[in-house]
Structures are given as structure tokens and as C-alpha cells.
Design a protein around this ligand. Structure first.
Ligand code: ADP
Length: 238
């Protein structure tokens, strides 16, 4: 009985969350569009441009959050689709890093990128991999306090292409590490008082990795920082 009740509640929650998310996207698109139009208006003073950039950046953040929620509801319903194409991972990382330049600067983070000297070809869904990487980077931003350092690197690791996101933030305890990929899981005693996500970012990343027949691994130490590894099987092995 209890189980059925919980399932029903879960279905209702998914429905509610997905309808609200859809409705939020339209006004958000207008906010973004008009903030960009205003930024490019003649005679606008530099201070206003700065504020408009903040509006733009925050709209992007909200859009990402909503996309995660929508993606997750698709995953729950089993209707999330992936489009596999040939990808060069280093290029994809460069594109993603360019797109997160603004929040990284705003949050005063120092971001380094160490790309493997060789091109890394794999078959994957470009948008999904970008989304996975953005999720890891935004977590690194959210869960770091004093030491604001993010390192993104790519390398070959056995028969996998490895994409690593490393931070020097608050870290995750041993008992919580097993739980962070669960949907709606957020570590309760999170000392960070910043706006947090919906607790589904890593569950979405895990699903993306499963769809790529890949793996996600994490190493972390409380107070020292965390490293998330996304491992994609190389094309030759398929
Ligand atoms: P959200 O960030 O929206 O809460 P996620 O699924 O992305 O949800 O992450 C789940 C939980 O795992 C977070 O609430 C946080 O406690 C922990 N976590 C994720 N990434 C990190 C990180 N880089 N450093 C420390 N804790 C993290």
C-alpha cells in the first residue's frame, strides 16, 4: 500500500514538475532575449550592460536547471532520446568551456583546461555530453567555497576516453558518495547556503553515461575537493 502510494505521489510530482518547467521556459526565453537586445542598444551605459549580463547569465542558469528537470522527467518516462554522431571530445570541451566562461568569471573561479594532445574521437550525443559536463562544472562551482579552482581534463584511460572535472571544494563524505547519483538526493547537511539545484543533476549525468555505455566515477575527500570522471568507450571497441 505504502509503496503504491509513493509511486502515485512520484508520478504526480513528475507531472507537476514537468508542467511547471515547461511553463517557465517561455517567459525565461523573453527575459533572455530582451536582456540581450538591451545590451546591444546604442548609448547604453556600461554599468547597465554589466547588470544585463547578470540577468542573461542567471537566465542561462535557470534554463539549465529547467532543462535538467525536463530531461529527468523524460528519463523517468523512458522517452529520452539520444542522437549519436561522431564527436571529437577536445573540441566539445572547448565549446563547453566557452559557454561557461561567464558564470566562472562571475563566481571568481580559476578554471584550467588540460586537453589530451591527441584528438579523441567517439560516438556520442553532443548535446547530452555537453549537458553532462556543464552539470559537473556547475556542481564544482556550487560546492566550492574558499578554494575556487576547477580543472577540466581529457585523456585516454585504458579503452576509454576520460573527461575529468576536478574541484577543491567542500568534498563528499564516504557514506554520501554512494548516494549522490540518486534522483532528488541532496546532502542534507550541505554547508553551502547558495541557491542549490533540484538534486537531479548527477542522476541525469548518470543516465547520459549509461546511454553511452560509459561510466561515471567519483573520488572525493571532505574539505579537500572532488573529482568526477566520465568514461566513454572508444569507437574502436564498439
Ligand atoms: P544538486 O546539485 O541539484 O543538489 P546533483 O544531483 O547535481 O544535485 O548533486 C547531488 C548532491 O551531490 C548535491 O546536492 C551535493 O550535495 C553533492 N555534490 C555534487 N557535486 C558535488 C561536488 N562537486 N562537490 C561536493 N558535493 C557535490
Amino acid at each position: 500500500m505504502e509503496h503504491e502510494k509513493l509511486e502515485e505521489l512520484n508520478r504526480l510530482k513528475s507531472f507537476y514538475v514537468s508542467s511547471v518547467s515547461h511553463d517557465l521556459k517561455t517567459p525565461l526565453t523573453s527575459i533572455k532575449l530582451f536582456s540581450q537586445l538591451l545590451q546591444n542598444m546604442e548609448g547604453i551605459n556600461p554599468e547597465s550592460v554589466e547588470y544585463l549580463k547578470i540577468i542573461d547569465g542567471e537566465s542561462n542558469r535557470l534554463t539549465r536547471l529547467i532543462d535538467n528537470v525536463l530531461d529527468y522527467t523524460k528519463i523517468e518516462k523512458g522517452i529520452k532520446e539520444y542522437l549519436f554522431v561522431d564527436i571529437e571530445l577536445n573540441n566539445l570541451v572547448k565549446e563547453v568551456m566557452a559557454s561557461v566562461e561567464y558564470p566562472i568569471k562571475m563566481e571568481k573561479f580559476d578554471a584550467s583546461v588540460n586537453l589530451c594532445a591527441e584528438d579523441i574521437y567517439l560516438s556520442g550525443d553532443k548535446d547530452a555530453i555537453a549537458e553532462a559536463l556543464i552539470n559537473l562544472i556547475s556542481n564544482a562551482i556550487k560546492y566550492s567555497r574558499e578554494r575556487k579552482k576547477i580543472t577540466v581534463s581529457t585523456e585516454f584511460k585504458d579503452s576509454y576516453a576520460c573527461l575529468k572535472v576536478e574541484d577543491e571544494g567542500i568534498g563528499i563524505s564516504k557514506e554520501n558518495i554512494k548516494l549522490v547519483f540518486d534522483e532528488y538526493y541532496q546532502i542534507k547537511k550541505g554547508k553551502s547556503n547558495r541557491t542549490r539545484g533540484a538534486g537531479i543533476g548527477l542522476a541525469v549525468v548518470k543516465h547520459i553515461m549509461d546511454a553511452h555505455k560509459g561510466k561515471i566515477q567519483v573520488e572525493s575527500e571532505v574539505g579537500k575537493g572532488s573529482s568526477f570522471y566520465l568514461l566513454f568507450p572508444l569507437r574502436e571497441n564498439e
